[in-house]
Design a protein around this ligand. Sequence first.
Ligand SMILES: [Zn+2]
Length: 1032
Amino acid sequence: MGADARAAGDRAGSGRRAVGPWTSSFAPRPLLPSLAFLFFLLLVVLGARAARYETCPKVQPDMLNVHLVAHTHDDVGWLKTVDQYFYGIHNDIQRAGVQYILDSVVSSLLANPTRRFIYVEIAFFARWWYQQTKAKQEVVRDLVRQGRLEFANGGWVMNDEASTHYGAIIDQMTLGLRFLEDTFGIDGRPHVAWHIDPFGHSREQASLFAQMGFDGFFFGRLDYQDKAIREQMLEMEQVWRASTSLKPPAADLFTGVLPNMYNPPKDLCWDMLCDDKPVVDNPYSPEYNADKLVKYFLELAAAQGRHYRTNHTIMTMGSDFHYENANMWFKNLDKLIQLVNAQQQASGSRVHVLYSTPACYLRELNKANLTWSVKQDDFFPYADGPHQFWTGYFSSRPALKRYERLSYNFLQVCKQLEALAGPAANVGPYGSGDSTPLSPARLSVPPIGEAVAVLQHHDAVSGTSRQHVADDYAFQLAEGWGPCEVLLSNALALLSGSKENFTYCRELNVSVCPLSQTAARFQVTIYNPLGRKVNWMVRLPVRGGVFSVRDPNGTTVPSEVVILPGSNSQEHPPELLFSASVPALGFSTYSVSRVPKRTPKAHTYRPRPWSRVLVIQNEHIRASFNPDTGLLMKIENLDQNLLLPVRQAFFWYNASTGDYLSPQVSGAYIFRPNQPEPLPVRRWAETRLVKTALVQEVHQNFSAWCSQVVRLYPGQRHLELEWTVGPIPVGDGWGKEVISRFDTTLETDGRFYTDSNGREILERRRNYRPTWDLSQTEPVAGNYYPVNSRIYITDGNMQLTVLTDRSQGGSSLSDGSLELMVHRRLLKDDARGVGEPLQEAGLDGWGPGLWVRGRHLLLLDTARTAAAGHRLLAEKEVLAPQIVLALGGGAPYRLGAAPRTQFSGLHQELPPTVHLLTLARWGPETLLLRLEHQFAVGEDTVGNLSSPVTLDLRNLFSTFTITHLQETMLAANQARDLASRLRWTPSTGLPTQTTPSLLDPAAITLQPMEIRTFLASVEWKEDIYTHSDAPL
Ligand SMILES: [Zn+2]
């Protein structure tokens, strides 16, 4: 009902922001001010006045003001799936129905104009919105305009902070904030970031929020020791300086810890999900309790206020899926406010209570004009009590974590090709496809942009949902790939000039691809989403035999078929290997044909010779293995003449089931081993060696459920360790948490380094927290940190870096050692609400357990040159090439045009410092472009990679011309020159504000770690196909 009430054509409607108030002096084509432009200007002008804090309620300057924030916390999947939560299905699992919450809240807000409410999760709100009538939408617009319904955070979801990658965080925030901007304009723009439930907080998240333009940030969970000290020291509210590279205040974010996580104070929960007594204000009723309640509230407010520095304090009046019957909450809050404020007259009370919002509370803190202490580290790990470290979820559900990362990769490929090919990508020979439509209809198939956004939720990629919900997340991702494959086919046909029968082998990770395994001839198109050329080893399962592979110019390139050792061909089909060279932001097409009647050269394994050390090496690296144990024992960087003894093996922690110290067990959230020493999976490995011209591999078999291939390709500067773990046996009744550990001789002085959401690096010290004197209760779990893309140890001279292909927990528990948790399987629930052990049996709960495969990339370097290696390799890992197969011989896209086998979307490669973070369609003639400096200040002291870099965008792209450029804040929802954030005074001194300089597309400068976001008006070239003048 009411689904047709939506504005027709979101893309058309939103294109208006392409024509903003230009900071640019760059406008070669005069633009007539369209109606949309004037409308936008009007919004901007009005916004400058109304959209800040003018709708906030009055406070009493000389009293303690208690800001009641009516809110609901709606998980985008947890115990129930997204749809089950939205519609209120399976109330036997959890009483929760988001559609009713929003219905009910809107009615209650209309009943009393002083009431206020905040809403957060746009994945739910957008869905509800599209089901409303136009009349209802108008009513809601009014509520938003008046500040009675306020959006906080405004992301598609409230994302997890430990297992998310910054690119996906930015995308999901952009998606949600764009919905708000398109729907409500500046009135709907959130000023406050609101992460009340995520289980620990990353510094990068705060940096990103600051760059998005948020004025402040509130959260609920932090270490219990940290919180106690902050309450004492009045440091519950601070300025978080969230970057060591960006110049303050660019990454400064005012950050507040909420007093009671996100719950209402004790005895004041008036939802239908609570049992607290309602306010009975009739003095003649035998249940009369108003007096007592008011007295209790006044004491409570005073006690709470003592932990904060201003005469304002906040109370979160709501919790998980509250307000399904909003009247219960609001009726009692109305009475509470009336009764408490009446005491000012009656007894001279100095407490004033009011309906408020996080933004209005923040404004009062800002007006207090205080100097705030500065936070520079992060809020990991999170413990809610002794022995209760939430460090298990860093690694929970490793397969889902990888699928999320892989889908992010595919989404970027999809967005880029949509941008490069223009509208022809959306409708073409293969049908209609879209990467991230804000699809008002929300039909049965969610597009991949929404699916990847949903996966960022703090119970999704974190691995803390129930099993059937995790299955649904994976299903949503899988469904999302379909429309993108259509888009890719349309774009590739246009750009290559050939309508091929494109095939996407989604199961290459398990060596399944029907086309390459059956066809005698086929073509392989490799698309490279990076701004620089890559060389990539293509591996495709084949039936066996000999193949001839030709590059885009028709020249035969070396290839070989490798038969994996110790396997029969059914389990592991032979694989065809060849190295492909792919231009920046472009593709290369290789032709493969089976050579008839030739017997394959044996490229099979040689048994491990007991007598000598196994070695694999190329021109850059040598890795040696212990002849007795089969374990890696030494790695050498031949370019820099570095040698490091490294022993690598797999171990498992025996999951605690509770002990005399604490009943806490290890579970989906919590990591708690029952002893600090892990047990070896086995002390030695059976090994086999594969050595061919194109690959060298040592296959290590540790046990029936743990094996690894250590691999080197020619030209590669890192060692690749592809581990396969599972099904983890639990028949002995013990939950197991499996790690890969690297032991070296490096003297590391208790220190190690982990990335923050794949971006800046933080130093970690064993049994230490930078801001308080830690009382450590868990020597292992209490030293675990999130690793989103890399972890390293160094002695100041040499650095050993391990890159991951998904988020994992990691640590260094003794000097020179480094470990990553790759898989975990647990038999008990850890009592944090999910109510299920993390079993991951597979096959609808009846399988033997999941086996998981992943890769660790090992780099040995000098400390001074390490960043150049790991920054570029991490980028290549996150945005890996996409392989598309076809039989070949397709019809021409346009008559008379010969197919093109190589293409680049760039006229020149980007310098190594610059990462093309986003290239996506934004409107009919608008693209979203994000350029990032991917090095930190001082990180690369030898080369020049930590220096500012300047780009000329004018003739950078080969398929379109940029006609106008507008710079925006990070989430693209506000023009950068119009954005103004509240100013705070940090104890380190007031940073100097800089105004953005005039935008010159010929000279876009990026400072270290800076991301710049642009909306670019573009004109696609008349015939993209004939414009193949890009140098390759
Ligand atoms: Zn939650």
